[in-house]
Each structure stands twice: as C-alpha cells, then as structure tokens.
Design a protein around this ligand. Structure first.
Ligand SMILES: *[C@@H]1O[C@H](CO)[C@@H](O)[C@H](O)[C@H]1NC(C)=O
Ligand SMILES: *[C@@H]1O[C@H](CO)[C@@H](O)[C@H](O)[C@H]1NC(C)=O
Ligand SMILES: *[C@@H]1O[C@H](CO)[C@@H](O)[C@H](O)[C@H]1NC(C)=O
Ligand SMILES: *[C@@H]1O[C@H](CO)[C@@H](O)[C@H](O)[C@H]1NC(C)=O
Length: 386
C-alpha cells in the first residue's frame, strides 16, 4: 500500500528491516523528519508498519502498554482501508457512503503509552492458516465481523472466498489461506427456547457452546438485548436456577447470564487450543448530557469525537458488570476493553445516512470505529499467541 511513494525507497526500507536495523531506522526517521515535512515522516512510519506485521520491538512495547487507554487523534493522512467499492461485505446498515462529512474517517486511536500497530491482514491470514475465528453475539458482533472480513479481504488483492450459511451463522472461508471467519448469531449467549408456555430465556444454559468450542478463536459480545422490553423483547419468561419468572432486574439477569458463560468457558473450552475474547460493550449515543452537550438528542450532526481520554458519562453499568464478572472468575478470557474508546466516538454512527430509513446511533459506520476494534483484537491476539 505504498501508494505514490518511490518504490526504490520502499525497497531500501524493506531491506533495512530484513537485517533488523530497527533502531538505526528510527534514528534515521528522526533525522529525515528534520529535513522533510512531518507528513513525509509519518508516511515512512506507515510503510514500515505495513510491510512487516508486528516486530519484536513493537510486541514488547505493546506488552507493557494499556492499548485501551488513550485518545482519538485527527490524522489527515489516514485513509480508510476499504469502502463499499472495494469490499463486498459491508451490510447496508453500516454503509455510510451517503454521509456528507468525511472527517470521521480521519481519527486514529492513540494509546497513551505506545503506538497501536496497523491491522496487517496478510500477516493475520498467514499466522492463522487452517484456523477458524468465530464472532458470537448480536448486531454489534456483526458490525465487528463485517469490518474484520473487509480488513482481511482488501489485504490480498484478488483473494478467493466462499460463503457457507446455516440457520444461525454465516461463514466466509478465505480459500487460499484456509482461514474461516464465522458470525454466530446469539443475542444473549445463554439460550432462548420455545416451551409450552412461550419463549424462555434460560440464564443457566448454553447449548450452542458445542458448536462454538470447535473454533480456534472466539470473540463474544452481548448486552444490547438484555435491556429490551416488549415488543422488542424476544422471550416471555426467564428461567433462573430452575425457577420460572415473568421478569427480573435486567442487570441482575445479565450478570447471571455472563456468569453462566464464564463457567462454560472454564469447563468446556480447551484453552490450550482456543483463545477466548470478550468484545466489551460498545456505545449508543442518544443523550447529549452523557458527553457534555445537554439537550442534544441522538448522534445526528456529530462530526467530531469527544476530546481527551475521559467520557463525561463514565463507564456504563453493563460494562462495569462485565469487568466485575471477568475479574471474579477468569484470567482465561481476554477483555477487548473498547467501551471508553468507543463512547468517545459520538461521531462514528451511521445516523440517518445508512440507506435504511431509521436513525442509527448504536452501530458504527464501515469503514470506521470497528476497524480500530479489530486493530486492537489483532494486536492482543498476537500478544497472546506469541
Ligand atoms: C473507495 O476506495 C477506492 C480506493 O481507495 C477509491 O478509489 C474510491 O474513490 C473509493 N470510493 C468511495 C465511494 O469512496
Ligand atoms: C438450526 O439448525 C439446527 C441443526 O440443523 C437445529 O438443531 C436448530 O434447532 C436450528 N435452530 C433454529 C433457531 O432454527
Ligand atoms: C442537524 O443539522 C440540521 C441542519 O443544520 C438541522 O436542521 C437539524 O435540526 C440538526 N439535527 C439535530 C438533531 O441537531
Ligand atoms: C462471582 O462468582 C460467584 C460464584 O459463581 C457468584 O455468585 C457472584 O455473583 C460473582 N460475582 C460477580 C461480581 O459477578
């Protein structure tokens, strides 16, 4: 992707890296940037990041850094890695081609203590040859999944793929690399089953786990539907510890469901083979007072992120519950802690530009914020598997 940059230069830089002159190169960059513009230096850094996956140096830097703490930085040189023309996987609901403002595509997540490596799709495909990556959850998993597919797809021009559907899942297989990416639709992770009195949300049961545990990497997510009430609530009763109730405190129910899921991971998943992630709660932007603009309703007309590292509205309760439950029980689950960084992106939603009728302040435009989730996923996965 060294567009418009002298290829000889790229070649020389590549060769430099082959012999691991990382530090020499960094020193050279500093010198270069004195003589050339900042933009030029930044381009060089991008080339470096694009050509080599993640170096040992970067890996050790990441290891000692909280990737999820930082701020969004405006970077005019940032170009989206894909769009609807170049990627066939963007669903209409996430397609923001019609959105007139484009600045939301120019923000880069900058962790406070280190740099976040770029998502290197080709490197990902090579490393995970023969493996299955499975996203399990609701439409925010789908949002993440479509971004993931696009990032892989555009990384290898002309890559072949085929698609497999079941009643609950879609799988895209990148044939040349034998990498498959699955989206398994599960609103609550725990079961919802039809019984004689109606549909029952079963807080202690995860039957689909038999399918999930066969994958090599699992990324779970749930919350959105726990708060929903009729007519958008797809169950009539809750079953908890053998007791059937008409309803209960939704936060308590969510906590029960998550605890069941953690227990399932610990007892059923072969953690020597399968890596388990939890995709932290994303953010809806419905009330301006949450981000310091009281009176503003919804995300329409929002064109910039919240500045800085702190979301005025703080960590939402479901995200706190996730942290508590994971802390309580498990080191075997890696939390992709995207909640705060996502909350800062009040400008990242499709709003009313998604060619679909309603106003959407819950999901995110593609290309857009979920690409950063995947960048974080990639960096964390490399960290866990190296
Ligand atoms: C999509 O990306 C390609 C390649 O970067 C670019 O040429 C094209 O103009 C973009 N299309 C839209 C609709 O943004
Ligand atoms: C989906 O298919 C599986 C196996 O073919 C079946 O056991 C399951 O009940 C189906 N689920 C739904 C929601 O239809
Ligand atoms: C968004 O901006 C348009 C045009 O300036 C205005 O008509 C509309 O009321 C604004 N909407 C919101 C929700 O602020
Ligand atoms: C921690 O685990 C125990 C035992 O499973 C459970 O009863 C408790 O509710 C959990 N605590 C939190 C904060 O989820």
């Amino acid at each position: 992707m060294a567009k418009g940059v002298n290829s000889t230069l790229v070649y020389i830089l590549g060769a430099l890296f082959m012999v691991s002159f990382v530090f020499v190169f960094e020193a050279m960059l500093t010198v270069f940037s004195r003589f050339y513009s900042d933009a030029f230096a930044k381009k060089l850094v991008q080339i470096e990041r694009n050509t080599k996956g993640i170096s040992k140096h970067e890996q050790s830097e990441i290891r000692n850094c909280n990737l999820f703490e930082g701020s969004w930085v405006l970077d005019d040189d940032l170009d989206p890695l894909y769009n609807t023309t170049t990627c066939p996987f963007i669903r209409k609901t996430f397609d923001c081609t019609k959105r007139p403002d484009r600045q939301y595509l120019k923000y880069r997540w900058q962790p406070t203590a280190c740099d976040l490596p770029r998502f290197d799709g080709r490197d990902f495909l090579r490393r995970f040859k023969g493996k299955q990556i499975m996203f399990i959850g609701d439409s925010l998993s789908l949002n993440n999944y479509d971004s993931f597919l696009c990032l892989l797809y555009v990384s290898v021009p002309g890559i072949n793929y085929k698609t497999k559907l079941t009643n609950q899942s879609v799988t895209v297989i990148f044939e040349d690399y034998d990498v498959s990416a699955t989206l398994f639709n599960s609103l609550y992770l725990v079961d919802v089953e039809e019984e004689h009195m109606g549909k029952v949300l079963k807080l202690n049961s995860i039957k689909n786990g038999e399918i999930w545990k066969q994958a090599d990497v699992l990324i779970f997510n749930t919350w959105l539907w726990w708060a929903r009430r009729k007519p958008r609530q797809p169950w009539d009763y809750i079953e908890d510890d053998g007791k059937m109730v008409k309803d209960m405190n939704r936060m308590a129910a969510f906590r029960r469901g998550l605890n069941t899921w953690v227990k399932w991971v610990k007892t059923e998943v072969d953690l020597t083979k399968t890596k388990v992630f939890y995709q932290g709660e994303a953010a809806s932007h419905h009330y301006g007072e949450d981000w310091g603009q009281p009176g503003v309703k919804g995300c329409l007309n929002q064109t910039t992120p919240v500045a800085g590292s702190i979301y005025p509205g703080g960590l939402p309760l479901p995200a706190k519950i996730v942290k508590e439950v994971l802390k309580n029980k498990s080191k075997s689950i890696f939390l992709l802690d995207i909640t705060i960084l996502t909350h800062l992106r009040k400008d990242g939603h499709p709003g009313n530009y998604n060619g679909y009728g309603g106003v959407d302040c819950t999901h995110f435009c593609l290309s857009g914020v979920p690409d950063t989730w995947n960048q974080l996923f990639y960096a964390s996965l490399l960290h866990l598997t190296s």
